[in-house]
Structures are given as C-alpha cells and as structure tokens.
Design a protein around this ligand. Structure first.
Ligand SMILES: Nc1ncnc2c1ncn2[C@@H]1O[C@H](COP(=O)(O)OP(=O)(O)O)[C@@H](O)[C@H]1O
Ligand SMILES: [Mg+2]
Length: 382
C-alpha cells in the first residue's frame, strides 16, 4: 500500500507561493489599502528596474505616470468607501514608469486578496512595449510597402506616359519650327505665328497636366481618409488611364453613375487600387486575341446603398488554375509580375471596410469589383 503524501506545512505553502511569485512572467505587486507596496516579484524587478528592497514600503505611485498618480489615491479611497471596484477583475491598458523614468505601455489586472482587512490588492502587470513596438514597426513597413507599391504602379505606367508625353512634345517642336520659319520670311504673318504660339502653350499645359497627375499618384503621404466623391476620385485618374489605354490600343469607357453617396476614403490609396486593376486588365488584353480590347470603369450604387467601382475587360479572364489564389501575395502568371497588385489592393479595400471581389465578365474577360461602404448620415442628437 502506498503511504499517503505528507501534508503540506505552512512553511511549504509559503515556499510554493514564493516559487510562484518568482516564476511568474508578469510583474506581481501587492499593495495595502493606502497603496504601500508589500510584495514585489522578480518579474516586477526586471520590468520596472527596481530591486524589491528599494520599493517595499514605498507607495505604488512611483510606478505610475503623472496622470494615474493623481487619480490613484482617490480611486483607492473611493473603493474603500464604497467597496465598488473600478478596475478589479478587469484587465486594462495603462502606462507605467520604470526606475529610469521612462514610461511604457502595460496591461494591468487587479485582484482583491480575500479576507484581507484592511484590504490588500494584488496587481499583475504585463509589459506590452515589445508588442507595441512591433505593431508600430508593422505600420511603418505597411506604409513603406504601400509607397513602394504605388511607385511600382507608376513604373508600370511608364510606357503609356512616355507615349502620351511624346505627343505634346512633338507638337511643340513642330510649332516652334513653324514659328521659326514664319518669322524668317520677308513679311511674317503675325496672326499665324500667334496661332502657333497658342498651340505651343496648350500642348505644354497638356504635358504639364500629365506630369502633375503622375506626381500626385507617386507622392508618399500619411494615409488620410476624408468623405469623398468616388466619381471625382476616378475622374482624377482619367487622363492617366486614357493615355495608358491608348498606348495599349484599347478602347476605354467610363460609366459613372451620378449623385453617389459619399465614401470616407483615402483617395490616393483607392486610386492605386483602380490603377492596379486597370493595369491587370491592360496586361490581360495585351495577350488576348480580341479584335477590340475594351476596358470599362464603372461606378454605381449597390442595392444595399453602398458604392461600387468595377473595372472590367474583355480579355482572357483569370486563369482557372489561380482563381482561388489570385489574392495571395506573389501569385502571378506573368513572367515579370510581382503578384502583389491584387493582395495590396485587397488590403487597402479591406482597411476601408470594403470588399474586393472577382467575377468573370460576360461574354468574356474579367471583372473586379470594389465595394465601399457609403457614409452614413450622422444620427441627429436629441
Ligand atoms: N483582369 C485580369 N484578367 C486576367 N487575369 C488577371 C486579371 N487581373 C489579375 N489577373 C491574374 O491575377 C494575377 C495576380 O495579379 P496581381 O496581384 O496584380 O499580380 P501581377 O499583375 O504582378 O501578376 C495575375 O498574374 C493574373 O494572372
Ligand atoms: Mg498586377
């Protein structure tokens, strides 16, 4: 027969408790009813940078930021008077202070030690600074990726842009030569020269406009979402899409439903999505054996009242083999494709609480639809 295990003595229990305190990853701090620190665990020493003997007997204020320091005393007093806990049992985010004065984000959970009179409280503090830093780093990387992707979109448009810029530049050269010739004659026709100069000015404005739009698209700025008219966002791209479509020998049609509800969006991000979709359509049309390549950009209000932008083409449609993977990063059927256009576009649209979906076009080709939530009217306050 096995002998019964010996009963734990009070000393054993105290040792176990100490071992628990020492092994815990979160800082454990026990305070009394006036905030005096009674216990300060190993993890607390590591996280706060104090040794236990430096803080035992001090008030817990030394671990707090200025704001909490001012309110903590009154919260304790309030609790003692009412016994209604404000934070007990609930984890919450706070900012705490290290010995060297630096502040860091942490989660705090507080429990009341049962039967303690006057009451004592145990606080568990988790250092969240690494998590916050990695979140901030992820945001920074996301911003950079968006910028690089935007530049890549602009880069993809280079051939269309070059083609479009060449036309006004060639016209300017022709008119300038004509002016030279006219002015070199015996009796120059001033009106004719003026006409040619006017043309030069117009063509220069046209070229300038193209460059301005391009700059706008390539610009790196912090994302800002404001209530916007989707048709206006598309209209700003018109010149770029038109020149690109022309360079690809594709018919470009716009079909924008008027009076759409406003959408809260970041216009340069949504423009990037549209340009990505337009590029994919033009790529597909370049390969497709169609007599007339067609690209249609449409906006409309959906049955649910939201706003939809669709980019459709009559190319080959998305290949069956990748239909389920096309939104995955690096999924590309093109020899020099990055496979990032669709996943980045979907990330942008999802961040706008919208959806980006694919459906085959009828009778042939691809259709990508971006649905964005319409701005709801502010509830009228009573
Ligand atoms: N309009 C389209 N027509 C046909 N296939 C498309 C279309 N748009 C996207 N695809 C397919 O989805 C893939 C992923 O697109 P994307 O993420 O933009 O990457 P990339 O354009 O660099 O290949 C493309 O390689 C292509 O096979
Ligand atoms: Mg692409």
């Amino acid at each position: 027969m096995n002998a019964a295990p010996p009963l734990a003595t009070a000393t054993d229990t105290a040792f176990e408790l100490q071992a628990l305190l020492d092994a815990a990853v979160d800082a454990i701090v026990v305070i009394d009813h006036i905030g005096t620190i009674l216990t300060f665990s190993r993890a607390a020493e590591r996280i706060f940078g104090y040794e236990a003997h430096e803080v035992l007997g001090c008030t817990v204020d030394i671990l707090m930021n200025d704001e909490d320091r001012q309110s903590h005393g009154s919260h304790l007093a309030q609790y003692l008077a009412s016994c209604i806990p404000r934070i007990i049992g609930r984890g919450h985010e706070i900012e705490v202070r290290r010995k060297n004065g630096t502040l860091f984000p942490a989660s705090l959970a507080v429990g009341l030690i049962p039967e303690s009179n006057p009451p004592r409280f145990v606080g568990f503090v988790r250092d969240n600074s690494a998590q916050h830093e990695s979140e901030a780093e992820a945001h920074r990387l996301q911003d950079r990726l968006m910028h690089v992707a935007r530049l890549a979109t602009v880069g993809e448009m280079a051939s269309g842009i070059a083609h479009e810029l060449n036309q006004p530049l060639a016209a300017i050269a022709t008119y300038a030569h004509a002016c030279d010739r006219l002015l070199g004659g015996a009796d120059p026709d001033v009106e004719e020269v003026q006409g040619a100069l006017k043309q030069i000015a117009e063509q220069a404005v046209r070229a300038g406009n193209i460059i301005r739009k391009l700059r706008g698209l390539a610009k790196s700025e912090r994302p800002t979402r404001v209530p916007s008219d989707v048709n206006q966002v598309i209209a700003e791209l018109n010149l770029l899409i038109e020149s690109d479509a022309k360079a690809h020998g594709v018919d470009y049609r716009r079909d924008l439903q008027p009076n759409l509800p406003q959408v809260v969006l970041d216009s340069s991000q949504i423009q990037q999505v549209v340009m990505n979709l337009v590029h994919n359509a033009l790529d597909s049309l370049a390969l497709a054996q169609v007599e007339t390549g067609e690209l249609v950009v449409q906006t409309r209000r959906t049955g649910a009242g939201d706003v939809e932008i669709s980019v459709c083409d009559n190319g080959g449609g998305v290949q069956e083999a990748i239909v389920n993977r096309m939104f995955d990063p690096f999924c590309s059927t093109k020899p020099t494709g990055t496979g990032l256009g669709l996943p980045i576009s979907r990330t942008i649209v999802t961040a706008h609480d919208g959806r980006l979906e694919y459906s085959p076009n009828e009778p042939r080709g691809a259709c990508f639809k971006v649905q964005l939530p319409a701005m709801r009217a502010e509830p009228v306050s009573a």
